[in-house]
Write a protein that binds this ligand. Structure first.
Ligand code: URA
Length: 210
């Protein structure tokens, strides 16, 4: 089974409380989604391989480390995943960005693909799939399926800010090879497939559409 890491860090938990508050406005919500994504990205990239290089500082020669190994890609699940991309690119400026558009059928809650565009060499990259909310897991499982089956991706990590236990189960069962990073696992899903207590609709709160 892939690793499930709940990033129980005081800064993350503090920022998450601000996101959860229904009185937090769009500007602050958007900023904090970005800050949380950066903090989570820091942890999710902890085990990236490095190699030693020799450089000359203004003072002396030094053996230091740089990233080695696979190039990276970030794949937000549209549209809420977009809120996590900019701050991750600031940390990993050479990462390419693919997009997967999935919407949840309001009746069945099943994911429906409406858009997909990937960098040409995506199969060779270490891919970070991002979406603030892991609810039923339907979208995440579908996105990972698409990346593996249609694009040949083999190195996949999923990052969600808040997960429901149902989503964690669905992803780890369907994609046991994928590492999952979350900042919190909440209590349950309600009858509308919203995470409880959650933070409401992440897309609406990031883009101010409600
Ligand atoms: N998507 C959201 O934005 N919020 C939820 O609670 C569940 C899915």
């Amino acid at each position: 089974m892939g690793k499930v890491q709940v990033l129980d860090h005081p800064l993350l938990q503090h920022k998450l409380s601000i996101l959860r508050d229904k009185n937090t406005g769009v500007k602050e919500f958007r900023e904090i989604v970005g800050e949380i994504a950066a903090l989570m990205c820091y942890e999710a990239t902890r085990n990236l391989p490095t190699e030693e290089v020799e450089i000359e500082t203004p003072v002396a020669m030094a053996k230091t480390k740089v990233l080695s190994g696979k190039k990276l890609a970030i794949v937000p699940i549209l549209r809420a995943g977009l809120g996590m991309v900019d701050s991750m690119i600031e940390l990993i400026p050479s990462a390419k960005v693919g997009h997967i558009g999935l919407f949840r059928d309001p009746e069945t809650h099943e994911p429906v693909k409406y858009y997909c565009k990937m960098p040409p060499d995506i199969s060779e990259r270490q891919v970070f799939v991002v979406d603030p909310m892991l609810a039923t897991g339907g979208s995440a499982v579908a996105a990972l399926d698409i990346l593996k089956k249609e694009y040949g991706c083999r190195y996949l990590t999923l990052m969600d800010i808040i997960a429901a236990p149902e989503g964690v189960k669905a992803v780890t069962e369907a994609h046991p090879d994928v590492d999952l990073y979350v900042a919190a696992v909440d209590d349950h899903l309600n009858e509308h497939a919203y995470i409880v207590p959650g933070l409401g609709d992440a897309g609406d709160r990031i883009f101010g559409t409600k």
